[in-house]
Write a protein that binds this ligand. Structure first.
Ligand SMILES: Nc1ncnc2c1ncn2[C@@H]1O[C@H](COP(=O)(O)OP(=O)(O)O)[C@@H](O)[C@H]1O
Ligand SMILES: [Mg+2]
Length: 182
């Protein structure tokens, strides 16, 4: 049933890149994609945009926020962002991947120091699919997308934020093994 719906949706929106659990992402042009937020989705476009902008002010790890726009064509609000072109890790030498990973780790720690935790580096193991699909390797190194469940220290408070950071540090270590040895 889900697959049938998904395929018919893809036909309706030929520029679809991905139909996730919550949102559909479409390509707008060569440089921009849009995440569609339909009325019934529980995620909040305003808070997702705010978190992206916060991270963008710290460094370039999270995909760049561009704008929020209403699409008459899709009948939904869209979060427009920089379009990333992911590459396959396995095409690159271990030594190169190590350099990319080091930069990624530095930038993520920088985000933590600034009060931003991504919280979705590794998807929960009970949800199928690729476990690190929010981390994209691009020609400019590793980048992050999907700040849907990210947390800002100013919003969640010091104690909870520290818990999130500790959890994230474990996920980074797991990602390192996956990324370097796959
Ligand atoms: N900035 C982007 N550039 C290219 N593809 C993207 C971008 N953002 C999202 N996508 C694609 O859409 C998928 C779903 O987006 P994501 O923000 O992770 O939403 P979800 O909440 O459904 O996981 C991603 O896994 C990726 O394939
Ligand atoms: Mg995602």
């Amino acid at each position: 049933m889900f697959i049938v719906e998904t395929l018919s949706m893809t036909r309706r929106y030929p520029r679809t890149l991905s139909v996730g659990a919550h949102n559909t992402v479409i390509a707008l042009n060569e440089h921009e994609v849009a995440k569609l937020f339909t009325g019934d989705t529980r995620s909040d476009i305003g808070s997702e945009a705010e978190k992206m902008q916060f991270a963008n002010r710290v460094n370039g790890l999270v995909a760049r926020f561009v704008r929020i726009e209403y699409s008459d064509e899709h009948g939904s609000e869209m979060l427009v962002m920089e379009r990333l072109y992911p590459m396959d890790y396995r095409a690159y030498e271990f030594s190169k991947r190590e350099l990319w990973f080091d930069v990624f780790e530095d930038e993520l720690l920088q985000l933590h120091s600034a009060g931003f935790a991504h919280r979705d580096i590794r998807r929960p193991s009970d949800i199928g699919g690729e476990p690190y699909d929010n981390v994209l390797l691009t020609s400019k190194g590793l980048r992050l997308i999907d700040v849907g469940v990210s947390a800002l220290k100013v919003k969640v408070g010091e104690k909870l934020f520290q818990r999130y950071v500790e959890e994230e540090l474990k996920e980074i270590e797991q990602f390192k093994t996956h990324f370097l040895l796959r």
